[in-house]
Design a protein around this ligand. Structure first.
Ligand code: PLP
Length: 507
């Protein structure tokens, strides 16, 4: 690898001027990168799933400064292989069962390539009409696949927008709700606004509330219980709202979750929306992970009651074969977003905008510049079709069910919370720990399971993560990596059993 220390004088002709977008070079290098990635996918199982490097490893391997002279792509690819891959946690590995999946696909990848190739900055319609119009079309297509009420579709007066992440989607909708209320009650009332979620709601809500200027004192993370399968109880929500109203606060925003990050719990949308409606609270539904499953009729019931929500979002980059990033956000009232987020500088004035016949997506999001994400989603929807997408999702759910069965057959283990989608939360059961367990000492059980996970991940053969729900430490086994098959699930279970055996038989 060269670096600034190898100094050259460009004017002396020691190096030549490159055209960074030369079409022939683009073709040559592009083919090499595709070959590199195809080999990567083919050989992905040979790498430890979770990177085993220590913090700071890369600074020992790379030079202190950027190269003065150009380096050939062949050398760069070699360095990716030698220095970057060791620091990669292989989310596309079939043995990746951690967090939630980031299921890539050929169509998702190629869509990203086409989008990046055009490299347009489609902030308003005129800046690239196809980017805007394709986005509106695919969002309506996707909405129909989910059997959304037409009020969420452009064809029904609502509409969809592609954001980068759920965090952005929640922030935008919270700001829209906040401004709607502040326009009625006065800006000074911001200190009275209250935001609701459950103790299982993703921290995205807390972050959004902080950015939106909501007082941390007015953030309610309502306690969930095992009896409610860790879903938010409508009665608890109503009690919290009533208490807040009694002291002069203004209930503003509820974030309900379908498929919580910790355990894929589902908040009951219908009764929650009914409560929220009674008090004029904006309802956002965060189904970042789970909503992809709702394209299958048998899982659609998880979003029954969606008609009562104001907005909802899902991450197509989690479990919908669309490479990062691609968060789909639908709103019933686009004007609420636009009023809160639009800007009209002179330099962007144009006839199309002034005709009010077009969507300018810059007014539906935080930033100005935006990527042509619709290209990816369009390629995914077209390349696989609804039927294949449904079958892919079903196959992941079936593999999770299969894993759940394996856990159930081994008396040393237990499934901790009901499985709703393609994730199983399990642990070594207290009874298997036996003698070492003073009665009711969950801390010891948690410690044993923490050690089990460390040993499973230390093997490098699989990767799983954990969470704690209701005080119980559990290992999350999330199926959804695109390359995963039954043999990987079998192998993962074998690793868990071997590690558990070694631990439980140790004197
Ligand atoms: C339920 C839920 N909401 C929100 C998020 C955050 O998503 P993003 O990283 O797209 O902001 C996650 C991430 O796993 C999630 O599971």
């Amino acid at each position: 690898m060269g670096s600034l220390e190898a100094s050259h004088d460009l004017k002396n002709g020691s190096t030549h001027m490159l055209n960074p977008l030369d079409p022939d070079e683009f073709r040559r290098q592009g083919h090499m990168i595709i070959d590199f990635l195809a080999d990567y996918y083919k050989n992905i199982e040979k790498y430890p799933v979770r990177s085993q490097v220590e913090p700071g490893y890369l600074s020992f391997r790379l030079p202190d400064s950027a190269p003065l002279d150009p380096e050939p792509i062949e050398t760069i690819i070699q360095d990716v292989e030698n220095h970057i891959i060791p620091g990669i946690t292989h989310w596309q590995s079939p043995n990746y069962f951690a967090h939630f999946p980031s299921s890539g696909s050929i169509a998702g990848f190629l869509g990203e390539m086409v989008s990046t190739g055009f490299n347009v900055v489609g902030f308003n319609w005129v800046s690239s009409p196809a980017a805007t119009e394709l986005e509106s079309i695919v969002m309506d297509w996707f909405g129909k696949m989910l059997q959304l009420p037409t009020s969420f579709l452009f064809s029904g007066g609502g509409g969809g927008v592609l954001q980068g992440t759920t965090c952005e989607a929640i922030l935008c909708t919270l700001i829209a709700a906040r401004d709607q209320v502040l326009n009625q009650v006065g800006r000074g009332s911001i200190v009275k606004l209250v935001v609701y979620g459950s103790d299982q709601t993703h921290f995205a809500l807390q972050k959004a509330a902080r950015i939106a200027g909501i007082s941390p004192k007015n953030f309610r993370a309502i306690l969930t219980t095992k009896d409610d399968a860790f879903g938010l109880s409508p009665n608890s929500l109503e009690s919290a709202i009533v208490l807040d109203l009694a002291v002069g606060l203004i209930p503003l925003f509820l974030c309900a979750t379908v498929g919580t990050t910790s355990s894929t719990a589902v908040d009951p949308l219908d009764p929650l929306s009914n409560v929220a409606k009674r008090y004029g609270v904006w309802v956002h539904v965060d189904a970042a992970y789970a909503r992809s499953a709702c394209i299958c009729p048998e899982f659609r019931h998880f979003i029954d009651g969606i008609e009562g929500a104001n907005s909802f979002s899902l991450n197509a980059h989690k479990w919908f074969f669309t490479n990062l990033d691609c968060c789909c956000l639908w709103v019933k009232d686009p004007n609420a977003l636009i009023k809160a987020l639009s800007t009209n500088p002179e330099c962007l004035r144009n006839k199309a905008t002034e005709s009010h016949q077009v969507v300018d997506y810059k007014d539906w999001q935080i930033q100005l510049s935006r990527r042509f994400r619709a290209m990816k989603l369009w390629l995914v929807l077209r390349s696989y079709g609804v039927v294949n997408l449904q079958n892919l999702i079903r196959s992941h759910v079936d593999m999770a069910k299969y894993f759940e069965g394996l856990v159930g057959m081994d008396k040393r283990f237990e499934v901790v919370v009901p499985r709703n989608f393609a994730m199983v939360c399990f642990r070594i059961s207290p009874t298997a720990i036996g003698d070492r367990l003073k009665s009711g000492d969950e801390k010891i059980v948690n410690e044993v399971n923490r050690n089990l996970l460390a040993s499973v991940n230390g093997s490098g053969r699989v990767y799983m993560t954990h969470d704690v729900v209701g005080g119980v430490y559990m290992i999350r086994f999330a199926v959804g990596a695109t390359l995963t098959d039954y043999r990987h699930v079998d192998m993962a279970w074998e690793v868990v059993q071997d590690c558990a055996h070694a631990m439980l038989t140790k004197s």
